[in-house]
Ligand binder design. Sequence first.
Ligand code: SF4
Length: 367
Amino acid sequence: MKYVDEFRQPEACQRLIQEICHTATRRWTLMEVCGGQTHGLLRYGIDTALESAVRLIHGPGCPVCVTPLEAIDMAIDLAQRPGVTVVSFGDMLRVPGSRESLLETRANCGHVRIVYSPLDAVRFAREHPDEHVVFFAVGFETTAPATAVAVRQAGELALENFSMLVAHVRVQPAMEMLAASRDSLVQGFLGAGHVCTVAGFDSYRSFVEKYRLPVVVTGFEPVDLLTGILECVRQLEQGRAEVVNCYGRSAAAAGNVEALAIMDDVYEICDRPWRGLGTIPGGGFRLRPKWARFDAERRFQRCEASARDSAECRSGDVLTGRIKPTECEHFGNRCTPESPLGAPMVSAEGACAAYYRYAASRNGVKV
Ligand code: SF4
């Protein structure tokens, strides 16, 4: 398959692994920002192949994992109200709120549906004029444009029974928070290829200047990942810190200009709490006042949520790279994909799910 097979060739991977090991004179600590990259690294055994040269720590780039408890609790509260149906992606339904998940709410007669896109949610609202449909919108800059398109479509259709609970987040402010943290171990970032495809990577230039950390925009196939790691290691060995794009078949410096224009029409930047990380200045999007009629937070009164993350789940430590999932005492015993204690074990992009799927047996966990 074009654009996939050539980025999975074993010989190319072997060459890159040898070059990285040959280039590194010491062990460097790199963070891959995106959960899709974490899964790629684990799936292809890149983390162990490079063990002597690179320590890979996993970043907060799993949208379901960082959706705050307050937002999940509000979605649950809405789903329990008469005449309201909450719709969202399947992953989101399984993430525990402070008392239960949306899936459990549905089992307890709450009104919850799975959709595959925000436009499905708009269609569902059109087909069910007697219900108020709330789309629970989560994700990074990758999914935010589709939500923005749905808001504009709902506007064109003058839908009265549709709104959004917007919990979209922005990657770069989270990287800033990690880079500025005193106990940060990160020496270089593998930038999230999909996010940069939408948002571009021009804005990383000031970031790199400020923190003196390389940012290498990286894709998701093994050759992509190894190429990004090699570039990062080269920069570190030479004492350089630059923004380099190793995902040229998808990402461009200015990003997707059309998508950014739609997002700018629909959203404004806001401070946003991230699960496990706290409130990040400029860390999210909310609807602009001109779209307020579609804002579920303005339309419905907020529930009195006593939102507090589970004391047992160490997702904050996992999402900031302070521990590996296998260092959590509940990994693979009390916490599994079938019975997750926290979001990183639920999501298809969660680091704990990646370790469970690809690396648990290395750590003596029976799967
Ligand atoms: S293994 Fe489970 S309990 Fe531990 S950090 Fe991951 S999701 Fe949380």
